[in-house]
Design a protein around this ligand. Sequence first.
Ligand code: ATP
Length: 237
Amino acid sequence: MSSMLEIKDLEVSYGKIVAVKGISFSVDEGEVVTLIGTNGAGKTTTLRTISGLLRPSGGEITFQGKRIDSMPAHEIVTMGLAHSPEGRRIFPKMTVEENLRLGAFGRRDKEITKDIHAAYELFPILGERSNQPAGTFSGGEQQMLAMGRAMLSRPKLLMLDEPSMGLSPIMMKKIMSTVKTLQSQGTTILLVEQNARAALRLATTGYVLEVGKIVTQGTGHELLHSDEVRKAYLGED
Ligand code: ATP
């Protein structure tokens, strides 16, 4: 069986800077795959390239058996691959509900309102304040909105970039348990996280990136218990 997402020898450059240096990995249906690594390792660049916001300088990206590395971003979303970006990027002057509706821009079905209510069930604060301008939300609340908006495209694969960034421990737990809920509801997840421990606890498979290359891979459990990973990425002696 082929993977849902396959990345082969991916290379991405910013001018002369090669940020991603020939990485290969795959995401199978139902998995939570995590990319961890130090700052500047190329994690965000990888996600932005998969979602069509950057063009690779080499390699291939295949989603559900189809090459997507030269497809426009909006077509990639329509195929079922959504991206909740780093720094949230919600629309501050629009209300919570308007932001959520934007996530459904490519859909033609009649179940959008039903899915908005599902997002309110997942994150009750969004429902309580559905008419509030999103820019007045706290960081954690904006993160929930960004995730909810990505869900509104009904993705088969959801990419989350640093969903716990800047959040309190309680908010972080909430976000991580939501990732688990989404997985149990049938969404496949590709997660980039600074908090390597939290990410590896959830992950079926993890990849460690260092300056644009994959240096280690394994199951979440294996990486969580590897001496090398514990020292370098989990801050243990
Ligand atoms: P972090 O955990 O700090 O977010 P990251 O692993 O997501 O890091 P990237 O943001 O993908 O790393 O950056 C990879 C490399 O590419 C870094 O050296 C970064 O400085 C460089 N880079 C990223 N964006 C640009 C850009 N727009 N122009 C030039 N270089 C860039």
